[in-house]
Design a protein around this ligand. Structure first.
Ligand code: PEP
Length: 249
């Protein structure tokens, strides 16, 4: 049984006061204990949010990191630093990092390896553009992203990785992949994992991301291979984030 996991990606939103208020509101709700829940906050709020999350079962994550642990890398944040601040999860290879900040498959692979070496849980994002889907190459694209990102990742580590399939055309647009399309791609990703890691593929959690809202989560989560959601817009309000976590109640 794979434990469902709902992860909020705050992106570059909220002042410190608003961030603290959101965490207080989320943590005062009764949240389903059978669902793993994580907030991925901006780096600068990590320490404050960590304090507020004590005594809760809400995990703390961030949205990116560099792959080296220290050195002359002005402006970067390392896995060792994150670990020392109590961070447990890190989103890697989000489409906004790939497109706006030109992150390559090679860099993402280094980051996944480095996160695992530093005992952080990588949330590895993949997904195609609308043009790629319209040209019917979406599976080819996603397969390349997955195989490159996991190149050299040991079978003993693969269970720790969370994969998020996020079609780029569905992120922040209000367009959602149909639950059948999401299931189809996620099953395809699991088959790639099966090819590399055999039966361990059944243990890896694969999320869907792209305009997930309280009104569509139940249908998505009803699919056999969909193990959770990576959520942008709907995680910025406590009511919608809590409704997503409690999709099954
Ligand atoms: C995301 O940022 O990963 C995302 C899925 O955003 P949204 O839910 O707003 O589409």
């Amino acid at each position: 049984m794979r434990k469902p996991v709902i992860i909020g990606n705050w992106k570059m939103n909220k002042s410190l006061d608003d961030a603290k208020l959101l965490i207080k509101n989320i943590s005062s709700e009764n949240l389903d204990i059978n669902v793993e829940k994580v907030v991925c906050v901006p780096f600068v709020y990590v320490t404050e949010v960590k304090k507020l999350l004590e005594e809760t079962d809400i995990g703390l994550g961030v949205q990116n990191m560099y792959f080296e642990n220290s050195g002359a890398f002005t402006g970067e944040i390392s896995p060792m630093m994150l670990k020392s601040c109590g961070v447990s999860y890190v989103i890697l290879g989000h489409s906004e990092r790939r497109t706006i900040f030109k992150e390559t498959d090679e860099m993402i692979n280094k980051k996944v390896k480095s996160a695992l070496q530093n005992d952080l849980i990588p949330i590895l994002c993949c997904g195609e553009t609308l043009e790629e889907r319209n040209s019917k190459v979406e599976k080819e694209i996603v397969e390349k992203q997955i195989r490159s990102a996991l190149d050299g990742i040991d079978k003993n580590d693969i269970e720790k990785v969370i994969i998020a399939y996020e079609p780029i055309w569905a992120i922040g647009t209000g367009l959602t992949a149909s639950s059948d399309d999401a299931e189809d791609m996620i099953k395809f990703i699991r088959n790639i994992l099966n090819d590399i890691y055999g039966y361990l593929s059944q243990k890896v959690r694969i999320q869907y991301g792209g305009s997930v809202k309280p009104n569509n989560i139940k249908e998505l989560m009803g699919k056999e291979n969909v193990d959770g959601a990576l959520v942008g817009g709907a995680c910025l309000e406590s009511t919608s984030f809590c409704a997503l976590v409690n999709y099954n109640l």
